[in-house]
Design a protein around this ligand. Sequence first.
Ligand SMILES: O=C(O)c1cc(=O)[nH]c(=O)n1[C@@H]1O[C@H](COP(=O)(O)O)[C@@H](O)[C@H]1O
Length: 273
Amino acid sequence: MTTEHLVAQIHKKQSFLCVGLDVDLAKIPEHLLKEEDPIFAFNKAIIDATHEFCVAYKPNTAFYEAYGIRGWKALEKTIKYLNDKYPEIFTIADAKRGDIGNTSTMYAKAFLDDLGFDSVTVAPYMGKDSVEPFLAFKDKHTILLALTSNEGAFDFQTKEIEGKELYKHVLQTSKTYKNSENLMYVVGATKAKYLGDIRQIIPDSFLLVPGVGAQGGSLSEVCAYGMTNNVGLLVNSSRGILYASNEEDFAQSSREQAKDLQKQMKIELEKKF
Ligand SMILES: O=C(O)c1cc(=O)[nH]c(=O)n1[C@@H]1O[C@H](COP(=O)(O)O)[C@@H](O)[C@H]1O
């Protein structure tokens, strides 16, 4: 999917919401556990109930890998369902991969080619030759971890090297990579006050912003410092939407949560456009 298509969807739906599909069998409604494939049954219900209010879905692969082969099968079914039924929606494999080039090529094939996601999250630590294999795919996007939402982000990412924080080196250096126009970046909603500095280095790139809802990040701060003329934001919520209720009507409750975030996003978009 091209960035232009994504931006058009954002304006059409008045939403830059990404729903995180982080399925935990211990948290889903009990009646679904009787289904042949409870993970897919849950995802399908959530997707059908929320698709009007979001422009992206992000399964975090850990929540599928944890269930072995049946988890991977559910991931395959989920991405196929999205691509067949809602092809206009942007998909993110949140896998946080990255390895020597030869291995990264296989990770890229797995997520962008075989499974058919529009994008994959990648860790920048191993540098240029670990990231460029992901960037080689046309109309696919590599979402590089820049400044993450967790407390441990301060262990390395904000440490200064040669007078500049490490995450700024990541942003600047990655701009020199081949096909860098296919890059997007992860910046946690809990790090909104850094967005001014971040936008100095990458004024136009799309940011995936997790950390609103369960992690306490503020949507209005993210928009105030991070929104661009191209919107430039995908804001993710996983647990806040998925586990709004674990009763029979869970999908309706998730829909209400997604609708509420979309309403707030519409207000933010109207301030700028
Ligand atoms: O790459 C990510 O999506 C990510 C980066 C980051 O800095 N923080 C972060 O929370 N995430 C992911 O975003 C989702 C956040 O989930 P909730 O906190 O439940 O909304 C999880 O899948 C995390 O793995």
